[in-house]
Design a protein around this ligand. Structure first.
Ligand SMILES: C[S@@+](CC[C@H](N)C(=O)[O-])C[C@H]1O[C@@H](n2cnc3c(N)ncnc32)[C@H](O)[C@@H]1O
Length: 197
């Protein structure tokens, strides 16, 4: 995922070429989100709306709020999910006001370094409703070198190990569970307890 400038025209074609399991990742993300009763959804890094359209198909009455740091990608997303509230913002910025029943992020959080991910997970926990769920789908550093499949530039792409991220999600007060992983991709469901543990 070596794009520094996101081009909505070539985005999907590039992703399918660079991330062979991209469709599987999206399907497992949507399937995980489907199990969450949600009227309010926040997506972080909506891109062209590939994740959002799948999630909204299962939550047709939900209100989607989403951010992305690329104006061009947001313009494309607007054509895909016209009812959504889309904001040009970075993951590092204060998150939109919650609370949200569901927060989703696919292939965006790995652009933050370790401390940045830890900080984001704490802020996500703070905007989730008690009982709400964060679905994280992303590229991770796999245990086995031969499972590195996704192109990573090490500068703009800074994935971390799945175990480390599960620990950071627990530190943020969430209960994480890996629902799918394949080579260097993973989908995690992390639920905010109804009451702090
Ligand atoms: C690989 S795309 C993922 C889009 C969509 N979720 C999908 O799976 O197709 C990553 C998106 O994250 C956005 N992005 C990257 N770094 C970001 C940051 N620090 N803050 C907000 N958005 C960011 C990019 O602009 C891009 O649209």
């Amino acid at each position: 995922m070596t794009q520094w400038h996101w081009d909505p025209e070539t985005y999907l074609q590039n992703m399918l070429a660079e991330v062979p399991s991209y469709p599987d990742l999206q399907e497992h993300t949507a399937a995980t989100a489907k199990g969450v009763p949600a009227r309010t959804i926040l997506e972080l890094g909506i891109g062209t709306g590939e994740t959002a359209k799948r999630v909204l198909a299962d939550h047709p009455d939900a209100r989607l709020t989403a951010i992305d740091s690329s104006e061009e990608m947001l313009e494309r997303a607007h054509t895909v999910v016209p009812e959504a509230e889309l904001t040009l913002a970075r993951l590092e910025d204060p998150l939109p006001d919650g609370p949200f029943d569901l927060v989703v992020s696919a292939l965006a959080v790995h652009h933050l370094d370790g401390p940045g991910k830890q900080d984001l997970f704490r802020r996500i926990a703070a905007v989730l409703e008690p009982g709400g769920t964060f679905v994280l789908a992303d590229v991770v550093v796999p245990d086995r070198e031969e499972d590195v499949v996704t192109p990573i530039d090490g500068v703009y792409d800074t994935p971390d190990r799945l175990d480390d991220q599960l620990g950071w999600l627990r530190d943020a007060g969430l209960d994480p569970e890996t629902v799918w992983s394949y080579k260097d991709l993973a989908v995690v469901r992390a639920t905010r307890p109804q009451r702090p543990g």
